[in-house]
Design a protein around this ligand. Structure first.
Ligand code: ADP
Ligand code: MG
Length: 648
């Protein structure tokens, strides 16, 4: 048997089971062996029946003395029987498994594991794990630490375990590390993740398999890097005079951090190898202008730039910004989104757009630079579209990716960090507001708007109202808009959400930018990139529904000018006293947000609290998903990283 064999070659796996396994992403024997328990039951304590204590989780080994089907009061069929060992008797009961009476007839020797309880004043097991005892085989389901698998797609733990055991007895697992120092060997890990002797075993097994995941990601990134280094690219000339005069034409002086990053990029551009750089910068650190300067250099060399944004709104904003920045230059800029398509892409110098651009990119003849803004909102697969072309790539992200992760997932990229905000930015004052103070908060917002001519975002989690019980208290933007309109009769309110037509979205946003709207009631569509420097108040409804990183992005929509800015957080649960565990946790999380202003610090914290899938948005994109490992396991990432550089 080979690890690469299809699961369909296994006994008891016909087309039906094969389909079910495939649904779980299990195609090969190797996949099956990596389908690991999500928890373990400790059935390792084998007890004589006379020593059984009610409530304990144990294993009893004995002989079946009776078993029959019996209807319960509710009409379900119950399989009730008795097991006996040399010291006593115990009742066993299952439900709705009538076939058991044929399998476990009197005289059969079995092991049963589970929690013990009372039944009609007798000791009993309800729905225990059971296993026929066969002197020639070890027990698999009872008498030890037993793995419980996520039982999706109609595959029981018991069934999976039997298939896995069959493979483990036949397959050879070859170690690929020369030195496993302190880790289980690959073989031991695979065996013990399914059949540990102790809980400690299962932890160590998990550690090794997690290590493998990091190791593989790192090797892949390294391969990507090697491949792109092989491809020849163009080296660009840097015309310092032209660049300086362009930079002088900007309405502000660049920060020293922006200058440092630009210098790093320039040295990449001069190089023969293509640039592949990740630019990380907290919200508002001024990434857009950096990308504009790089586009300008590309233009001066006679090449085209493609700038991709994850939303139409943001693509449109970049289009307006670039048109403004380059108004004194003869640079042809166009916008391509789902609904706006300009055909003459060949004669444009800078093409800005959304995913819709992906299909067009093949047509560009002289593509020299691709900028991907808010990269975490795309997936790696979507970005891997360039195939044979190998332009310079600048990937930008405002989601501060902790360094360890950046070095693993993106280790094929060079890293630049904007770690400074433009001068004059003030800390955004952030408050967690109890619901009783809602009226007061509205009054305050109203006066801020009238006195300081500032503008306000109000974020609601949903577009429409939801019927579902769990979402009942969550504010929908449409309903809230009507309520707020009657609340602020003297102010102009606008409504924005993803379901509007592109034209409508742009109109509303432009009205807000022009200052014709005082309040923009919106869903988190504004989360990425929207830049309205005069907006200074951000009110977030249902803040407990968002992760810290996302809240930080939302909050980053204000504080972009030199005026004092504020962020008010309301929670869905603030009607009820916040004593429950769940809401208590949310409050703690939000309290951190009121204290911490650095995106990097918040991302690290979020990572610990919620895991990387949520933080990096990888859940949606299926990108960098880890099955076993956990992104917060920095030590293991480092260990894998060392192993990769030592052996590759
Ligand atoms: P982000 O990094 O979040 O994409 P933006 O590029 O949208 O940030 O920049 C945020 C705001 O700061 C914009 O209004 C931009 O014009 C302004 N800005 C950028 N760089 C500077 C600077 N060096 N000095 C002052 N304002 C700047
Ligand atoms: Mg941006």
């Amino acid at each position: 048997m080979e690890l690469t064999d299809s699961v369909s070659t296994l006994p008891f796996v016909g087309p039906n089971y094969e389909k079910k396994l495939n649904k779980l992403g299990i195609f090969s024997i190797l996949d099956l062996l990596h389908h690991v328990p999500h928890r373990y039951l400790d059935f390792s304590k084998i007890t004589k029946i006379k020593d059984v204590i009610v409530g304990e989780t144990i294993t009893v080994i004995g002989t079946v003395t009776s078993i029959r089907n019996q209807a319960t009061k509710t009409g379900r069929l119950m399989q009730i029987g008795q097991i006996e060992d040399l010291t006593g008797k115990i009742t066993v009961a299952w439900f709705s498994q009538p076939f058991l009476t044929r399998m476990l007839f009197p005289g059969v020797k079995i092991a049963v594991s589970g929690e013990t309880s009372w039944f009609n004043r007798n000791l009993a097991f309800f729905s225990p794990q059971y296993e026929k005892i066969d002197e020639s085989h070890e027990t698999v389901h009872t008498g030890k630490i037993v793995g419980v698998y996520p039982e999706t797609a109609g595959l029981s733990s018991k069934w999976l375990k039997a298939r896995i055991k069959y493979c483990l007895d036949r397959v050879k697992i070859v170690e690929f590390l020369k030195n496993t120092k302190g880790l289980f060997s690959f073989e031991e890990a695979i065996y013990k993740i399914h059949f540990p002797q102790s809980l400690e075993d299962s932890h160590k097994a998990k550690e090794r398999l997690a290590f493998n995941e990091f190791y593989n990601l790192l090797v892949e990134a390294k391969e990507r890097r090697k491949k792109s280094e092989k491809k020849k690219s163009i080296s660009l000339k840097i015309d310092h005079t032209a660049i300086n005069s362009f930079v002088k034409s900007l309405p502000f002086k660049l920060t020293s951090s922006q200058n440092k990053v630009i210098a790093e990029i320039m040295s990449d551009l001069k190089n023969k190898n293509s640039m592949n750089r990740l630019l990380q910068g907290d919200v508002g650190s001024g990434k857009t202008v950096v990308s504009a300067i790089v586009s300008f250099v590309t233009f001066l060399n006679g090449y085209q730039t493609v700038l991709m944004a994850p939303t139409q709104i943001l693509a449109n904003q970049h289009y307006e910004t670039f048109k403004e920045i380059f108004k004194n230059y003869k640079i042809r800029i166009s916008l391509i989104t789902g609904s706006v398509v300009k055909k003459d892409v060949g004669v444009n110098d800078i093409i800005i757009g959304t995913h819709a651009l992906l299909n067009k990119i093949k047509e560009f003849e002289k593509i020299g630079l691709v900028v991907i803004d808010e990269q975490h909102k795309f997936g790696v697969k979507q970005i891997d579209f360039l195939k044979n072309k190998n332009p310079n790539k600048l990937t930008m992200t405002a989601t501060p990716i902790p360094r360890t992760i950046a070095q693993t997932l993106f280790s094929d990229m060079d890293l630049s960090i904007l770690d400074e905000l433009p001068k004059g930015r003030m800390k955004i004052k952030t408050w967690l507001v109890p619901n009783q103070k809602r009226e007061k908060a509205y009054e305050w917002i109203s006066s801020q708007i009238t006195v300081h001519r500032s503008q306000c975002f109000i974020i609601c989690p949903l577009v429409e109202e939801s019927d579902s019980e769990t979402l009942k208290n969550v504010k929908s933007v449409k309903k809230e808009f009507l309520l707020l309109k009657s609340h602020f009769p003297l102010l102009n309110l606008g409504l924005l959400h993803g379901k509007l037509k592109e034209k409508e979205k742009n109109e509303v946003l432009n009205e807000f930018k022009n200052g014709n709207l005082n309040i923009l009631v919106t869903t988190p569509v504004v989360e990425v990139g929207i830049d309205v420097p005069n907006a200074t108040i951000m009110l977030i409804e249902g803040a407990d529904r968002f992760g810290l990183a996302q809240l930080h992005q939302l909050r980053g929509r204000v504080g972009r000018g030199e005026k004092e800015s504020y962020c008010l957080l309301f929670t869905t649960k603030s009607q009820a006293p916040l004593t429950e565990n769940d809401s208590g946790k949310a409050v703690n999380r939000l309290t951190e947000l009121t204290k911490i202003n650095s995106g990097f610090e918040l991302a690290e914290l979020d990572l610990k609290l919620r895991g990387a899938g949520d933080v990096l948005g990888t859940k949606q994109s299926g990108f960098g998903n880890l099955k076993i490992a956990n992104w917060s396991d920095t030590k293991l990432i480092m260990l894998a990283s060392k192993a990769v550089s030592a052996y590759n």
